[in-house]
Structure formats: C-alpha cells, structure tokens
Ligand binder design. Structure first.
Ligand SMILES: NC(=O)c1ccc[n+]([C@@H]2O[C@H](COP(=O)([O-])OP(=O)(O)OC[C@H]3O[C@@H](n4cnc5c(N)ncnc54)[C@H](O)[C@@H]3O)[C@@H](O)[C@H]2O)c1
Length: 463
C-alpha cells in the first residue's frame, strides 16, 4: 500500500484521484487543497465541478480509500508519493507578463513539501509546466538540511473536461518522464505501477523528464492549432460560399489529417489551450527562437480573431446596432458537458455584446454560477436564465455558443414565435439544422457557411 497525496483539488486533481482510487483499492489517496470551500464541496453531495460520471465514482470511493482534506501539512508528512496538481495560470505581472506561466503556487507547494517532509518522497508534476521546471523543483526540494532526497517525476495530464472520467479510465496513453539515474528509474517505475492497475502497459509511455514536460505543451499547441486552422478556413468559406463542414469532412477523410478537432466554431476556450500556447511562445523567446514563438502565437491570435469576427458578423447582420436589443446567448461553458467557463468564447462574446450595450441573457444547463463569477462587475448587466425558452422570449437574436446537445433539439418554432421579428440566429458551433431554421423564418448565420437570410429578392412573399 502507498500513501498517495494530491495537492490541488481542482478539475484535474479531483477527477484523476477519484478514478485512481477506484482502480487502486489497496492505495490510500488524500486530495488536499487550501481552498476550504472547495474541499467542503468535495465532501458534500454537491461536488465543486460538473463532470459526467464523476458523482458516482466519488460516492463509491469517498471515505474508503479517497479522502478530501484541508490539512495539507499533515498529509504531506504522511505521503510516499505526492502528485502536484495546483493551478499554473498565465503570469500577469513583471517579466513574461501575459505569456509565461505563473509558478508561484507551484514553488510554494515545493517549499511546503520540504518543510513538512520527514521521509524521502516522490514528487509528481501533474500540473502543466514549462519544460525544465523539474530542474528548479529539484533544486528547491533537495536543498534541504534534513538529509532527504526527493525524486521529481513528470506525469502530465491529458484528460479533457467533459470526458475526464472516460479519458482517465481508458487513456490514449499515460506519459511518465524521469531521470535515467537508478533513483529516477525507481521513482518512474513506482508511478507506472500505479497506472498499471488499470491502464494496459503498452499505453504507458516513459520518456526523459524534459520530453515529458514538453510533450504536454506540444499536445495542447497541436490541438489548438487544428481548431485555429479550420477556423481560419471558415472565414474564407463565408466569403466564397464554400461550406466549412463539407471542407472539414473532405480533408478529414485523408488518413494523414484525420477527422478529429476539425470542427469550426466561435473559438476554443478552457483554462489550458491559450495559457499553454502562450507559455510555449514565451519559452521559445526565452531560448532565442523568435520565429518559432511567432508561429505558435498565431494560433492564439486566430482564436481571438474568430471571436471578434463572430461578434462583428452579429452586428452587421443586425443592422449595425444591438444597443438595447435582447440577445439570448445559449451556452456559457467553454465546451459541452462541463461547468467550466474559464476563457470561454461564450463569455468573450457576452462581454463584447455588453460593450455594444445589448441586453444579454445568458443560458446554460450547468455553468451559470461560474459565468456569473467570471464576468465579475459585468455580471450585473446580464440576465442569467437557465431555461433557454425563457431566455429567447422577446429576443431579437439567439447565438449558440456552447455545443450542448440539448440546444440542437429545442422547439425552434415556438422560440421563433416568441421572438422579435426579423429574428436572427447565429450558430457559433454549427450544431443546428440551418435549412429548417430558415424555413421556420429565422435569418441564419452559421460559422463557415453562406448565410440563409430572408431579405433578398428571392424572399418568398405572401400571395
Ligand atoms: N483543467 C483541465 O482540463 C486540465 C487538463 C490537463 C492539465 N491541466 C493542468 O492541471 C493543473 C491544474 O488545473 P486545474 O484545472 O485542476 O486547476 P484548478 O484551478 O481547478 O485547481 C487547482 C487547485 O489547486 C489549489 N492550490 C493552489 N495552490 C495550492 C497550495 N499551495 N496548496 C494546496 N492547494 C493549492 C487551488 O486552490 C485549486 O483548487 C494546471 O497546471 C493545468 O494546466 C488542466
């Protein structure tokens, strides 16, 4: 039996440790956090995050071999293996502001481990970190005067919110990186052994420390790049009457390209893509590679362009003014099946429309509390309405901003009847049946598709 501690009970720490506990009944796992409200929520019937399948697993293992606690120091002292899953947001001050990773939580954690340890430990980087962070970690951890040696292992997390449980249960791969010294190899094997309880060995990849750290940033950069690439093409489609869904399908059938992550949209969001690419950009600049930095930065710029373009399209379609107009935004989460609104394009669109003095109504099945918190002072200007029908009632326009499947099957005839005419619908996720909406009477604008509008000469007129 090993005493496993995870520092950081967030979107990664909570679900990963719950699945680990379920698959390793012989290990004792404690998830600690300094955020008391968060830990209290993990201990309650209302978990702090919405993630399909999470409630059931937590209910099954909590109190058995999974414990949530705020006693960080005590559990560090008792641990054999410590996963560190604290947040590593973009640094917003000083050198590297707006790009570099803010490693203050990470360093505090390292110092806390040293302070409380009385036995050697394996410290596992689960957070996403700049390449070579482990070097700094080792310096901090092993500069102790207790004669303790700490091994640092990199084990980046590849789960995606919305499918976190499935991704953890059956990952494409688990990546573990460590030094190739005897001690490093032993530490690596200890981490591999944990995953081998439920992940087939051939899916557990081992590399050197730096490859492992850099692979996580690279994976996110490549995933985001595909979205920005298809979004760039969506802009061209709108000018040329090509249809981005057809283009994506045609290129995705090429086995060298593949069909995934080719869905055009209002843009990517989430806490990771933007911050990790900006971190990659910063690292490239730091290592004297401005051309490489510039190349990756464009992925983020294209995403910002796509969000801005979506709002511009709304404005120009709605006669260049939305001031005072009720607009229903369907979706606040950055993607479907999560309550997370960090860097959500929905909130970027919401803010831009508020700047245009629109009367914004925001609707989402799970993310309204987070949206309210993220919007800060601007939240006072927004109506939060969980019911999409109530949100659309009296609206001039609807914009679909999160691909929640339920938004595709709403009764759009009833919605159309309740709206101000001419009624507009902007599909930022291309999940609706555009032809049908047009036939109902909507003016339909979808990403990367020719608009379907009733204002031209071919508009059918009543006889
Ligand atoms: N969210 C994702 O989908 C995802 C996926 C893969 C990797 N990651 C990476 O995992 C890391 C964590 O992400 P997250 O989304 O879980 O973040 P999060 O903000 O949801 O959770 C981090 C938690 O760490 C806690 N924390 C910070 N400092 C602490 C300290 N000194 N002691 C104890 N607790 C402390 C915070 O209170 C917070 O609850 C990040 O580096 C992120 O890039 C995230």
């Amino acid at each position: 039996m090993a005493n496993i501690v995870c520092i950081g009970a967030g979107y990664v720490g909570g679900p990963t440790m719950a699945v680990m506990a379920q698959n390793c009944p012989h290990h004792r796992i404690v998830v600690v956090d300094i955020n008391e409200a968060r830990i209290a929520a993990w201990q309650s019937d209302h978990l702090p995050i919405y993630e399909p399948g999470l409630d059931e697993i937590v209910r099954a293992v909590r109190g058995k071999n999974l414990v949530f606690s705020t006693e960080v120091d005590r559990h560090i002292a008792e641990a054999d293996i410590i996963f560190v899953s604290v947040n590593t947001p973009t640094k917003m001050f000083g050198q590297g502001a707006g790009r570099a990773a803010d490693l203050q939580h990470w360093e505090k954690t390292a110092r806390q481990i040293v302070r409380n340890a009385t036995t050697p430990k394996i410290v596992v980087e689960k957070s996403t970190l700049p390449v070579r962070t482990a070097e700094a970690m080792e310096h901090i951890l092993n500069s102790n005067d207790k004669g303790l040696y700490f091994d640092v292992v990199s084990n980046p997390e590849f789960l995606a919110e919305g499918t976190a449980i499935r991704d953890m249960q059956a990952p494409d791969r688990v990546l573990v990186g460590a030094h190739t010294t005897p001690s490093g190899r032993k530490a690596l094997e200890a981490v591999v052994e944990i995953y081998a309880n439920w992940v087939p060995r051939e899916r557990i990849i081992t590399t050197n420390l730096w490859s492992s750290e850099l692979s996580k940033l690279t994976a996110n950069a490549f995933l985001a790049q595909r979205i920005s690439s298809i979004n760039a093409i969506s802009a061209l489609c709108e000018q040329t009457e090509a249809d981005v869904t057809e283009v994506a399908h045609a290129i995705g059938m090429d086995s060298r390209i593949g069909p995934k992550f080719l869905r055009a949209s209002v843009g990517f969001g989430g806490s990771c893509f933007q911050k990790d690419i900006l971190n990659l950009v910063y690292l490239c600049e730091y290592y004297g590679l401005p051309e490489v930095a510039h190349y990756w930065e464009q992925v983020v710029r294209m995403n910002e362009y796509q969000e801005a373009r979506f709002v511009s399209n709304m404005l120009s379609a709605m006669f260049n003014t939305v001031a005072g107009k009720r607009i229903a935004l369907l979706g606040a989460a950055f993607k479907a099946h999560t309550s997370d609104t960090r860097e959500s394009p929905a909130l970027a669109v919401c803010r831009a429309l508020l700047d245009e003095r629109a009367a914004v109504v925001l609707s989402d099945p799970h993310a309204l509390d987070n949206a309210r918190a993220d919007l800060g002072d601007q939240a006072a200007q927004v109506i939060f309405e969980p019911d999409p029908y109530a949100a659309a009632d009296g609206a001039y326009a609807i914009a679909v901003l999160t691909e929640w499947p339920q938004f595709a099957s709403l009764d759009y005839e009833a919605i159309f009847r309740s709206m101000v005419k001419p009624a507009f619908i902007f599909d930022g996720r291309d999940i609706l049946d555009h032809r049908r909406l047009f036939d109902i009477g909507f003016n339909v604008y979808a990403i990367g598709k020719p608009p379907l509008v009733h204002f031209n000469s071919s508009t059918p007129r009543p006889s």
